[in-house]
Design a protein around this ligand. Structure first.
Ligand code: FE2
Length: 374
């Protein structure tokens, strides 16, 4: 994330100044093979590793980067570890939404004082590259926000990780940074978690979508978006809503066995190039029918892209008062219908593609029906 641009007044009232997303850490069944997928299909570069070869006995972790997106893939080596238990219950999924801060001790104290449940007391870790301070608080489900203070550290990732210098050649696909990370929570819990982000982390409610905005013939969901002071961190929170059939959020909760991260949206330089390349590499996307494009320009007005190009790649468009955006969603990237990715290119718009919800959710329901979960 780019630093600064936070004005002084804002900084003085923000008890939890955040610099942006530090990394997203997944607990997975086989980190070595997942790392290969993220390198080959998504073009991430493997930059650091920790595991038995570096003296860590209970786990192996791979750190992958593309511009400002940093993912960590961790797998258990000891079957009794918390990592193995997490994977048994949830399958591959996000454990840490880690946030880059200037002061991990103060971030922990300020949030715990306001009611956060501690996960990790502030801890200073060091090696030959300097030191970091990390701390952590719990959020929905088994998910954790780690605070990472790294201004006195020059190593490849965190102390204990070794740089990987013989990583395979990769071709990036134009990923820039994480735009937002969405959580699915249980029925009736959305407002509780919105309040958590407001009271405990000082976030503001940005947007609300109710079941009238987000319902199809069959199922529905509700969503609220919270954001921190400088807007670098945006967390939409979804909960299922009553519908004729099973909500996609309920399907997620059933298969993840609880609340968790539903999707990660990544901003790209040029969505046409990124999506064309990802398709060539075998990434599967949700499909919207061609009729979506018949009247899309009536809805969104003039755009710079050729509508035929968008149609060919099945990319969606939406507009708000500040501009438009282009977006597309992958199918779940595990065997359980849980986490997926959004590829987004903002051309001014600050919103989340409300105009596409109906078309998208009908597409998700077609997939649910194929899985026998609608
Ligand atoms: Fe999204």
């Amino acid at each position: 994330m780019e630093t600064a641009l936070v004005n002084e007044i804002e900084t003085s009232v923000d008890f939890l100044p955040l610099n942006g997303t530090d990394h997203v850490e997944f607990y997975v069944g086989n980190a070595k093979q997942s790392a290969y997928y993220y390198q080959m299909a998504w073009g991430y570069k493997l930059v650091a590793y920790s595991g038995p070869e570096t003296g860590v006995r209970d786990r192996a972790s791979y750190v992958l980067e593309q511009n400002k997106v940093r993912l960590v893939l961790t797998t258990a080596i000891d079957p009794t570890s918390e990592i193995a238990q997490h994977h048994l219950k949830h399958g591959d999924g996000v454990k840490f939404l880690s946030i880059w801060v200037d002061d991990a001790t103060k971030s922990f104290e300020e949030t715990v004082k306001r009611g956060a449940i501690p996960y990790l007391e502030p801890m200073r870790i060091e090696d030959e590259y300097g030191y970091v301070v990390v701390s952590g608080i719990r959020t929905y489900g088994d998910t954790v926000h780690k605070f990472v203070e790294r201004s006195s550290y020059n190593g490849p990732f965190l102390p204990g990780f070794k740089a990987v210098d013989n990583a395979m050649e990769v071709t990036p696909v134009g990923l820039k940074y994480i735009d937002h990370c969405v959580g699915n929570v249980e029925l009736g819990k959305m407002d509780e978690w919105v309040k958590f982000y407001e009271d405990v982390m000082g976030f503001k409610l940005l947007l609300t979508f109710d079941d009238k905005d987000i319902s199809t013939e069959y199922s529905a969901l509700m969503s609220k978006v919270v954001s921190n002071g400088n807007g670098y961190i945006k967390f939409p929170i979804n909960e299922p809503a009553e519908g004729k059939k099973k909500s996609q959020i309920e399907e997620y909760l059933d298969f993840y066995h609880g609340a968790g991260v539903q999707h990660i949206a990544i901003e790209v330089h040029n969505i046409l190039e990124t999506v064309a390349e990802l398709r060539r590499r075998g990434i599967e996307f949700l499909y919207v029918p061609e009729t979506y494009y018949d009247d899309v320009l009536d809805r969104v007005g003039e755009i710079d892209e050729d509508i035929e190009d968008l149609k060919k790649l099945n990319i969606l468009v939406d507009r708000d008062e500040s501009g438009y955006l282009l977006q597309i969603f992958t199918k779940p990237v595990e065997d359980r219908p849980t986490l997926f990715y959004e590829i987004i290119q903002r051309r001014g718009a600050q919103s989340f593609g409300k105009g596409n919800f109906k078309a998208l959710f009908e597409s998700i329901e077609r997939e649910q029906a194929i899985r026998g979960n609608l």
